[in-house]
Write a protein that binds this ligand. Structure first.
Ligand code: MN
Length: 502
């Protein structure tokens, strides 16, 4: 099978137009790179081809794939942007240029991380497909990192660990994030990598045998409860993620119970709770290890029920229970939403996406053509907030502050009395919440009720709190409020209205 056919074979029901576009982009890229070789000595075209195979795996459509084939053609092939536009149209050029601009990052001292992050955020908020191409590009480069000269290897691997993997994770593309981390880990922390690898390998064999037996009994227990539409799999924890857990919590490896986890995938949310009940009826759970991420999703949107049980033969196993939609969302995250948008859904919609559709923004429908500027609506709000923040103040210092408080901290989910969810940084106050809902609510608030009780405005909100804001038309923010807020949005609005009043 030639390259074009092998790419097309990865697409979900491509149209004639899709096939033609990909064939044309491949021919163009092959011509552009015909005299280029990679550091491995292979023809350069292998790189864009492998990059778009990753894009196809993550469900991207023909337009993104065409742009992926062309992603190095401006920078490495010196092709004029207007030639790409005349050959492939505005949308493909928009994506290729977006990736090119990200690629021309110049690293300068300590600022480089924030500068790279800023560029990624800006690109991402314009069109998240640019970031998908960049992530796929980086993943292929990481898979072939051993060919890169030693002094560059560590820098690239570190950048992958500190920038690309966290962003992929934050967007819920956990599968890609995990692979990036595990490829980078041995280059950045060689000693630690060897230690963790050895320790994990030793334990895994024993755990695997125990898990096999446990799985059999679980299936029996579920069948007894007439839960039969069940899919199960093992999840092996990534070595980098394992090391972080050991490192951050100063744990012994014997206290990490999720090196191997059992995943149980069922059709509905109700089934998830039934499975949890059936498992707890037969196996004793560890106290404080039951997490209901369905009612209270993780900040990146992850949903599932987690419990850790004694298997009865001296072992302890984590069980993750989720629906197929939650599973898709956990592995592919925002990628599964974009692929839905790429005009691919003429006619029949695959079952996995119908389920995942529950997670789409309301009223989201497949479009004939995609206007790059409308996609930012699907970008999580915290990214848009960071970017608009940057565009307004255009100061690196303020931006750095925004990054630290908004990006690197964990986030919490706060509910309005009507059940709407607002995603905020940890330790946010009712003032942050009020501004996150609407600037008018923020600027006229006089008090707040958390779970029905009046609280002071400096209260730290907790994940899952229900918050009601009390407003009065004559009320105005004071400079004191600046001490209570965590979000840059609230800080900015308070400053503006304090200035106006004085
Ligand atoms: Mn590339």
């Amino acid at each position: 099978m030639d390259d074009v056919q092998s790419i097309i074979s990865l697409l979900h029901s491509p149209s004639e137009k899709d096939r033609a576009l990909i064939a044309q982009a491949f021919a163009f890229a092959a011509e552009v790179h015909k005299s280029h070789v990679r550091l491995s000595g292979e023809p350069y075209i292998i790189h864009p081809v492998e990059t778009v195979k990753i894009l196809a795996e993550y469900g991207m459509g023909a337009t993104t794939i065409a742009a992926g084939l062309l992603h190095d053609s401006i920078e490495d092939g010196n092709i004029e942007p207007k030639i790409i536009e005349s050959e492939f149209g505005e949308e493909v050029l928009f994506l290729v240029e977006g990736v090119t601009k990200l690629g021309s990052l110049k690293y300068r001292g300590a600022d480089r991380h924030n500068e790279s992050l800023r560029k990624l955020f800006v690109a991402m908020s314009r069109d998240i497909r640019v970031l998908m191409i960049k992530l796929a590009d980086r993943l292929h480069n990481m898979r072939t990192l051993s060919f890169v000269p030693e002094e560059k290897r560590v820098r690239i691997a570190r950048e992958t660990l500190e920038i690309y993997a966290p962003i992929a994770y934050r967007l819920g593309i956990r599968k890609l994030s995990r692979e990036l981390e595990d490829l980078a880990f041995p280059f950045v922390y060689p000693k630690e990598y060897e230690e963790v690898r050895g320790a994990a390998a030793e334990r895994r064999k024993k755990q695997e045998e125990s898990l096999q037996k446990f799985l059999k009994s679980v299936k029996k227990a579920l069948a007894k409860e007439e839960i039969t539409r069940v899919r199960t799999e093992y999840r092996v924890k990534g070595l980098y993620s394992l090391w972080k857990k050991l490192h951050a919590r100063e744990k012994n490896i014997d206290e990490v119970y999720d090196i191997l986890a059992l995943r149980v995938v069922v059709p509905t949310v109700q089934d998830c709770y039934r499975v949890l009940g059936a498992i707890h009826a037969s196996w004793r759970p560890l106290p404080h290890q039951i997490d209901d991420y369905i009612a209270f999703p993780k900040p990146n949107g992850y949903q599932a029920l987690h419990t850790t049980v004694f298997t009865g033969d001296g072992n302890i196993v984590e069980v993750q229970i989720k629906t197929e939609a939650m599973y898709q969302n956990a592995e592919y995250g925002i990628a599964s939403h974009i692929s839905y948008k790429e005009g691919k859904m003429k006619g029949e919609i695959p079952a996995s996406l119908v389920w995942a559709g529950a997670l789409l923004p309301q009223g989201a429908t497949p479009r004939e053509t995609v206007n790059p500027n409308t996609l930012h609506k699907d970008v999580p709000q915290w990214i848009n907030e960071l970017v608009s923040h940057h565009e307004e103040e255009a100061s690196v210092d303020v931006f750095n502050h925004g990054l630290r408080s908004d990006f690197f901290q964990h986030r919490i989910f706060i509910f309005t009395p009507k059940g709407d969810v607002v995603d905020l940084p940890k330790e946010s106050s009712p003032v942050d919440f009020a501004y996150a809902i609407h600037s008018d609510i923020g600027s006229h608030m006089t008090g707040a009720k958390v779970n029905g009780k009046l609280v002071s405005l400096d209260t730290h909100l907790q994940n899952g709190d229900i918050v009601e804001i009390v407003t009065k038309l004559s009320a105005h923010p004071t400079a004191k409020w600046l001490e209570y807020v965590k979000t840059s949005l609230a800080r900015r609005r308070i400053k503006a209205s304090v200035q106006k009043q004085s």
